[in-house]
Design a protein around this ligand. Structure first.
Ligand SMILES: [Zn+2]
Length: 420
């Protein structure tokens, strides 16, 4: 069985040896001998669990920097115009580019909301990371379209059964305001019957709340409860504009909220994410980047830093979101949400490990590793990435990187020539 020995690595607050056997962390001890194992000298490195990006649209790498400094609605119109011109090749290289970028910034798993399961899962298989794919239902209240969306989701779900274990599948409801009532009820039932997660955009903007009050006489969260959608299967991206009753409901049902801090800031959706309140109510709090159309990159370390700075700023409390809590929202809480045996460095867990290079100014002096990681370094400190027991980046080199950059750039040219 494949073995990797991390020699003298700093992890969980001390130096030790760590042995990966197959796809698991087999042993962590002061000193391990493993003849035949591939040995990595980690005397200047730290091991952390791979980040889990809990809300993104991977193939939106192809919309990166396509429209800047624009209000939400005209921005969205432009992005939709671009996305309407996607073909399978553009989707494929967009996904490959996203995987490459995630690996280089220490992400080993992502929760995606998009379409094109065949090419997205192919990209994940080839790149060696994990993906939770979905079919994103979006019918805008059109009953004919609604029926088609249900059939398309079932088709993808059936197809997902033959994919490798690094590809998972979730039901996705674009948002309460873009999916009809029948389909939201159906999504809840289908997810429960088939033990699937439900990925949804929820309470992202203030306007959404105003519209919901007019249309349904309640908040989007209350509306989802009314339709039977709320449960601990639900992964609610944004969850930004919440009333105390919304927070109570999300805690009661054990919903997972995903903070997409950079996207929210950039498209001016808001910034007072109720992290402490959600946690206190019993909801699970995680972190995502959102797609590259709005947040421009897929860098979880950058998102962690912004999230922490913002909580401290608007709460006027430097003690808000201590480092251990912060790192959990990027790893452990996310693993819990998707039922993945990862998110911590411990024996018996999946070997989804990121090696951080500490031989640089950002980690000197190194009084507090976690503080240096989040507040001082940037993701170029990610040296090596192991996912499912396989090394997928070593010394910042990912196989096929140049080919991905060349093809994604060519796809971008083609895409822009179609919309001009
Ligand atoms: Zn999104």
């Amino acid at each position: 069985m494949n073995e990797i020995l991390l020699k003298n690595v700093y992890t969980n607050g001390k130096r030790c040896d760590l042995l990966v056997r197959g796809n698991l962390i087999a042993t962590i001890a002061d000193s391990i001998d493993a003849p035949g194992a591939e040995v990595i000298d980690c005397s200047r490195m730290a091991a952390i669990p791979g980040f889990i990006n809990m809300h993104t649209h991977a193939a939106m790498t192809m919309t990166r920097s396509a429209k800047e400094d624009t209000p939400l609605m005209p921005w969205l119109q432009h992005i939709w115009k671009i996305e309407a011109q996607y073909d399978k090749e553009i989707l494929y290289w967009g996904n490959k580019l996203a995987c490459l970028e995630m690996i280089k910034s220490g992400t080993t798993c992502f929760n995606d909301m998009y379409w094109g399961l065949d090419v997205a899962s192919k990209a994940v298989d080839e790149m060696g990371i994990r993906g939770v794919h979905s079919y994103c239902m979006l019918d805008n209240g059109d009953m004919v379209k609604a029926e088609k969306e249900r059939r398309a989701l079932i088709r993808d779900f059936e197809e997902s059964k033959s994919l490798s274990s690094r590809n998972m599948f979730a039901v996705s409801v674009h948002a309460p305001y873009t999916v009809c009532e029948d389909n939201i009820r159906w999504a809840a039932m289908f997810a429960e019957e088939n033990n699937l997660l439900v990925h949804i955009h929820l309470s992202e903007t203030e306007q959404e709340i105003i519209d919901a009050q007019e249309k349904w006489g309640c908040t989007p969260v209350e509306y989802c409860e009314r339709l039977g959608l709320l449960s601990d299967r639900v992964i609610a991206a944004h969850s930004l504009w919440l009333t105390p009753h919304d927070i109570e409901l999300m805690g009661q049902y054990g919903v997972t909220a995903v903070h997409n801090v950079n996207s929210n800031l950039k498209i001016s959706s808001g910034y007072k994410f109720k992290m402490e309140e959600l946690m206190a109510a019993g909801a699970n709090v995680t972190l995502g980047t959102d797609g590259c159309g709005s947040s421009n990159n897929l860098d979880m370390l950058e998102a962690l830093k912004t999230a922490a700075l913002l909580q401290k700023a608007w709460r006027k409390n430097p003690a808000a979101i201590p480092l251990d809590t912060l790192l959990k929202i990027g790893t452990e809480n996310a693993a819990k949400a998707i039922g993945l045996n990862a998110g911590v460095i411990a024996e018996g867990r999946l070997a989804d490990i990121v090696l951080i290079d500490m031989n640089n100014s950002w980690f000197t002096p190194n009084y507090d590793f976690e503080a240096n990681l989040v507040y001082s370094a940037n993701s170029s400190c990610v040296d090596t990435v192991i996912c499912d027991g396989r090394i997928i980046m070593r010394g910042r080199k990912v196989e096929g990187e140049q080919e991905i950059l060349d093809n994604a750039a060519a796809c971008g040219e083609r895409l822009m020539s179609r919309i001009r």
